[in-house]
Ligand binder design. Sequence first.
Ligand code: NAD
Length: 357
Amino acid sequence: MAEITPFTYESAPSRVVFGAGSVASLADEVRHFGFRRALVITTKGQAALGEKTAAQLGDLAIGAYPGAVMHTSAEVGDAGCDEARRLDADCTVAVGGGSAIGLGKVIARDVGLPQIAVPTTYSGSEMTAIWGVTTDGVKVTGPDPKVLPVGVIYDPELTVRLPAGVSGPSGLNAMAHSVEALYAQNANPIASLMAEESIRALGQSLPVVVKEPANLEARGEALYGAWLAGAALAQVGMALHHKLCHTLGGAFDLPHAEVHTILLPHASAYNQAAAAGAMARVARALGANNAAEGIYDLAKAVGAKVALKDIGMREADLDRAADLATRNPYYNPAPVTRDGVRALLDNAFHGRRPAAV
Ligand code: NAD
């Protein structure tokens, strides 16, 4: 019998519509919430999809705004809020990844407009009530119940154009939420169920997704895994891995999903002994002997980069990165030491396969 340790469970309400072709129900969803003036938000790269979505909404849309960028600078956030006020929008519909949804969150926070999210990556932002804004190169994040999208449409058909080079790291970004959810300080059995199932779904689908981008079954399973990962992330606190990604992404301007992909095997090896139960669940979900090796091998299998040196990190900055990541104390299953983190970063810098523990 497994011992159930005491826990607090809290889950915020949000409505999810899932399935191939489900974006066709977007107008119904807008009506379901009683909205009439939707502002469609995308990044510049997805502008055409934004126009198409606004056209699909017809009278329910008041425009498409392709102004979202990764990490939402304060200027980008302000410009989005101005546009929403100028057009007198009553909701936003973000179509895209965490960047588009991130701008919708800032508009929700500052203008009070609810958001319907249509995610086309696997990063999971649509499930959380966390906003993020970057000012002078420093990213600040914070919780606000207003920014949790009220509705989410997961349509695998919208993800078939997501390139393999984005799909793989994006999926491992989702997996990172699930791995850390399993050993979170405030872990709970429901979030852990979602986390383990999400690791299984992502582990099985991502290698197929990168080889057969139009395989709707694999795309659907990856999106399902991403949803569960985002839902787990929304419920529990994160630890060393997310702290390191946040630090490296912010201080050295490294790409978000790639940093997650590269660091996750090494953060897992770091916590293997201290969180053996959680790591056994990760290994089981991946069908691997060991969590860290299983994640590393998955990253290789999806063709992702596995070394920080290959995504723009400089070896000369590793000491500073270790200093920054250990400056303030935070929860982690294994004690966070400066030497330990420096060694972890060295392994990640060179892309070494984590040794079996
Ligand atoms: P993204 O939204 O920046 O998208 C990545 C790239 O993929 C972009 O170039 C985009 O144009 C392209 N793209 C997206 N969908 C596509 C599609 N269907 N077809 C072709 N190309 C497509 O990437 P992301 O990793 O989803 O989001 C990263 C941002 O989200 C970061 O700012 C991160 O901090 C934030 N984030 C926030 C949370 C949270 O809970 N607040 C969680 C995860 C990520």
